[in-house]
Design a protein around this ligand. Structure first.
Ligand code: 3PG
Length: 211
């Protein structure tokens, strides 16, 4: 069993503080992956979460990694096998929708910055047991929205969050105003069918939000 109590959270904190918004990407056409990453980085969003929800997601991670300045991570990592595949593809950080002990231990052993999903106090306590303090609050709106995260910050004031799930350009500023929120995640930056100009414009708008 890894010595998880020695985990250094500064690396995931650096990723979370790079930009106020992490675009959550579902890449269906890997042929467009690189140019979409370029549009996002040009717009000011360098941290890109590629969800492992499509067959070409790992290939998309490799191609997006070729874009100067991009910090490309894997999202929707739900088990150790996916973690290893994501690492082999060059992922620079790992996001999961929830936290299991097996995934948590493997992520900490991997040395990659890790942002596991939590939705309640028990989830956070499991993370703290592993030495984790930085979490994705998911699904942010369905799990109670801002009131829920404010309530959790009472007993867990040492924790920092990236709320994701149901957040929009309009609501992102309210979340970013919370002192325990370093960034938010969302798929609104790259809606299905968006062209590169629109992606860049949405990224620029998101990058201008106060983090
Ligand atoms: C995620 O995987 O983090 C969410 O599906 C993103 O949620 P959104 O589509 O509501 O932004």
């Amino acid at each position: 069993m890894p010595d998880t109590q020695n985990y250094d959270p500064s690396e995931i904190e650096r990723v979370m503080k790079t930009a106020p918004v992490i675009p959550v990407l579902v890449v269906k056409d890997v042929g467009k992956a690189r140019e979409q990453a370029e549009a996002l980085v040009e717009g000011g969003l360098k941290v890109l979460e590629v969800t492992l929800r499509t067959p070409d997601a790992l290939e998309a991670i490799k191609r997006m990694n070729l874009v100067p300045g991009a910090i490309v991570g894997a999202g929707t990592v739900t088990n150790v096998r996916q973690l290893k595949q994501a690492q082999a593809a060059g992922s620079e950080f790992i996001v999961s929708p929830g936290l299991t002990q097996s995934l948590g231990e493997a992520a900490l052993s991997s040395g990659l910055p890790f942002l596991p999903g939590i939705a309640n106090a028990g989830d956070i306590m499991r993370g703290l047991d592993l030495g984790l303090t930085h979490f994705k609050f998911f699904p942010a709106m369905a799990a109670g929205g801002i009131p829920a995260l404010k309530a959790l910050s009472g007993p867990f004031g040492q924790c920092l969050f990236c709320p994701t799930g149901g957040i929009s350009a309009k609501t992102a500023p309210e979340w970013l105003a919370l002192k325990n929120v370093l960034c938010v995640g969302g798929s609104w930056i790259v809606p299905e069918g968006a062209d590169l100009d629109e992606i860049k414009a949405r990224a620029a708008e998101a990058a201008a939000l106060a983090g």
